[in-house]
Design a protein. Sequence first.
Length: 384
Amino acid sequence: MTVQLPKTILAISVSLALWGCAAPQANMPRVTRDTTPAPAPAVVAPAPAVFAPQRQDIGPGLYEVAYDAASASLFVASTPVMGKDSNQGGILYRLDPTSLAVKQEIPLGRRAFALGINSKTNMVFVGNTLDGSLTAVDAGSGKVLGVSQLAAKNEKGETPHTRKVIVDQVDNRIFVTSPEREGKVWIVDALSGQIRHTLENVGMWSTGAAYDTRYKRLYVGHGGTNQIVVIDPEFGQVMDRIDAGDGAKHYFINLAIDSQGQRLFASDAEAGEVAVFDLVTRKLVKRVPIGLGALDIVYNPVRDEVYATSRGVTREQPQGTGKLTVIDAKSYAVKRSLDLPVHPNSLALSPDGQVLYATVKAAGSKHPAFKQGALDSVVRIELK
């Protein structure tokens, strides 16, 4: 079923869609590193953050968190019941971004994991990972507008999963990765919910993604070799593949981009590191250890910092706890870390770059810190 939008939202979306209708260019712009200061408000050199996190228990099964500037809301995706045979849907929580109080619980017919937001069209797109679909929600009212089924069942009757949801607010499209063995990426029209392009055999377990708004390139991370794929979303074609080149095993589970500096930061779940790539030379330039179970990553251009979560566990070492690591994006030195027990998950930044949000998972039943009835939580950290 395609997404049907109310007339008011439709009018906004149509105008935005027209902004993205320039004739396709035969040659993509050459990537260069911008040494001109970014056109952002003057910011005094950031003082070291004094971590005094504010924490609020929300509910079971929290996953991604995202900030919507238009509605001044913090959205959190939740799947309370994980069983593959469960018919229970998900919940989209709307939180007050200052107090973390729950302002609205939006029931979803399908389980909720990933989040993407278009603040220009006032839309939230929820990745229904286990169902291979997207749910569209009006960010202002919380009304569910429709579902777009991306994945079809295979010969075994199984539905390929979705994973990351990245929104291009300028051209009003959505990029969705699939962590299947061969890897897949869908490029979706955010106005209609229709698939524009499907890229097959992208790479082993394609998961993380980041979009360069300046050069209109989509970067997708995965495991195996050539762990970064460069995609032209207009034509739905793979332009290039980037390999770490060190012969080591990598799994780039999440990505963050510095568009002005043409750097890509990759959270490496295999090595427990943040890998830094120079996108001009296509070379790996730095590896920063952050600990077991490296997961989410965010680049903050206002403070020139990188934030990364690590869950503190692997299948072989299942009893640890996780933390948040803050990396100086100039020197790549670890500035500080913050324990966030039990397992920090996903990250989001406030629009001014001065507040960081994280979802934190409670311990599972086999973990030493397990407590019956414990809820997952959201943490708010002031960076200034």
